[in-house]
Design a protein around this ligand. Structure first.
Ligand SMILES: NC(=O)c1ccc[n+]([C@@H]2O[C@H](COP(=O)([O-])OP(=O)(O)OC[C@H]3O[C@@H](n4cnc5c(N)ncnc54)[C@H](O)[C@@H]3O)[C@@H](O)[C@H]2O)c1
Length: 468
């Protein structure tokens, strides 16, 4: 039975009698129909009535209706209003632009704007690198989407994607002080997206691509990386790959297996799976077998696009043609970034001793984590209500902080691996166990550690290329 979480939370304002039992009656009514009460506030008190705000986590709109009815059915109680607390925090959006300078008088205006600003413009025209020193470019990242693969919602378009991109921008600021801005494009044409991002790039010191569907996302990223002099990162690919590789390093420490001796099955070869495979290959596992909706990926398949062909060439040493269940036999690690409910405990039982299972499909994983735990030594999911949450927030804020601080012009696998190691290292030996392979997203050590790791690789590479 699912438990209501804070993602769907309501506040019900009720008139109630001022009796000594009122509080108990109200809270019991919410609990009886399965609501999780999170706050009880008396907002008005009169001789003959009290007005109470009851906040509760619920499962769905129908569940909210059940709670409203249960409260209305109490003698002397009247529901005045039901507010959805999630919608309330989105009213008017979640971001604003605030000037960093005072504009109090004519002097201030003359320096911040005309005529003084003209000299700053001329300095940048003479030396374009000065844009990083003298403008918002220094600390600003574009969060670019076409709205084609938003969360688990699919192709919902650019306007509907905006609440997610605003949230992403808020996380950038909160966790790493990066000023990120949503750029939701009203086109899903690869060429037009590339052209548009190139055209708006001068304002930004980095591009974070977000929720753009595979396989289009691969070409967009590759072509933008080729043509722009700022780093281009696709969080659904690289953010996921960083956290998965970092978490896997710690999971393998728990079970005492070197990755070089592991057979890894990756289910899902879309945005996340492809990037995970590419980064894992850098760690030289014994073998990786990739599986998508049509079975294992091998060169004999007739439906391979460029991405799948590359994966087929680099993985699956034995050219295994078959199903996910067949591929899993004897594997040390399962990484799922595909679809819900593909495995049962009986399939995990066919894996090697002390298997590691990362079931990351959201919101419902490839296997119920409780089932996986019957045979797996370490289990991770993308969910916040289980241990070992694989959450990209561990990676992207620190990655961009490091890139911006290094004035990086690009991003490469060395930086992604450095970020993965930094996340893994935050979990020191004393704290590491099967239920704690990744730090909490609220661990304030994570973003600075990731930033420092990325920055030091970027600076080292810059020094090498200057010396070369
Ligand atoms: N941090 C995280 O937990 C995290 C990060 C990224 C993605 N994800 C989850 O991973 C999943 C995939 O994300 P994506 O962006 O790569 O999507 P995508 O659409 O780009 O790729 C999906 C892949 O899954 C494969 N697939 C679909 N049904 C399958 C099945 N029945 N058996 C085997 N393979 C199947 C598809 O063939 C495709 O290769 C989503 O559920 C997403 O929420 C989780």
């Amino acid at each position: 039975m699912p438990v209501p979480g804070p993602g769907y939370s309501i506040t019900v304002r009720v008139d109630a009698p001022p009796s000594s039992t009122a509080a108990g009656d109200l809270t019991s009514a919410v609990g009886r129909v399965g609501g999780v009460l999170t706050a009880f506030d008396v907002v008005e008190s009169h001789p003959d009535a009290i007005v109470v705000d009851l906040s509760a986590n619920v499962l769905s709109a129908e569940h909210a209706d059940d709670i409203t009815k249960a409260l209305n059915d109490l003698p002397g109680v009247r529901v005045r209003k039901v507010s959805d607390r999630t919608f309330l925090i989105h009213l008017g959006g979640k971001l604003e632009v605030a000037p960093k300078i005072a504009l109090r008088n004519r002097d201030d205006l003359s320096r911040a704007y005309t005529p003084g600003v003209a000299r700053v413009c001329q300095a940048i025209a003479a030396n374009p690198e000065d844009a990083r020193r003298l403008t918002i470019k220094r600390n600003t990242v574009a969060v670019v989407t076409d709205g084609s693969a938003v969360l688990g919602l699919g192709n919902i378009g650019p306007a509907a994607a905006l609440p997610v991109m605003e949230g992403k921008a808020a996380l950038f600021k909160k966790f790493a002080g990066v000023d990120a801005w949503p750029v939701c494009l009203d086109t899903q044409d690869t060429e037009e997206i590339i052209r548009t991002v190139r055209a708006l790039a001068p304002v930004y010191a980095g591009i974070n691509l977000e929720d753009i569907a595979a396989p289009r996302c691969f070409e967009i990223e590759a072509r933008l990386r080729e043509s722009l002099d700022i780093p281009v990162f696709h969080d659904d690919q690289h953010g996921t790959a960083i956290v998965v590789v970092g978490a896997l390093r710690n999971a393998l420490r728990v079970v005492g297996k070197p990755i070089e001796r592991c057979k890894i099955v990756v289910s899902g070869v879309g945005a996340a799976g492809s990037a995970i495979i590419r980064l894992l290959l850098r760690k030289n596992p014994t073998d990786i077998v990739a599986v998508d909706i049509n079975g294992t990926v091998h060169p004999g398949r007739s439906d391979l696009d460029d991405n799948l062909r590359w994966v087929a060439e680099q993985t699956n040493r034995d050219n295994l043609a078959g199903t996910l269940h067949e591929a899993l036999v004897g594997a040390d690690v399962f990484i799922g970034v595909s679809a819900p409910n593909l495995l049962g405990a009986e399939h995990v039982a066919t894996m090697a001793e002390d298997p590691v299972v990362f079931a990351l499909a959201n919101p419902d994983p490839e296997i119920d984590p409780l089932e996986a735990q019957k045979h797996a030594a370490v289990v991770a999911t993308g969910r916040s209500d289980y241990p070992n949450q694989i959450n990209n927030v561990l990676a992207f804020p620190g990655v961009f902080r490091g890139l911006l601080d290094a004035h990086a012009h690009d991003i490469d696998d060395e930086m992604l691996l450095a970020a993965a190691n930094a996340i893994a290292d935050v979990v020191d030996g004393d704290r590491l166990n099967a239920s704690f392979i990744v730090p909490s997203v609220f661990d304030s050590a994570v973003a600075p550690a990731v930033a420092e790791a990325v920055k030091s690789v970027a600076l080292r590479e810059q020094a090498t290329s200057v010396g070369a």
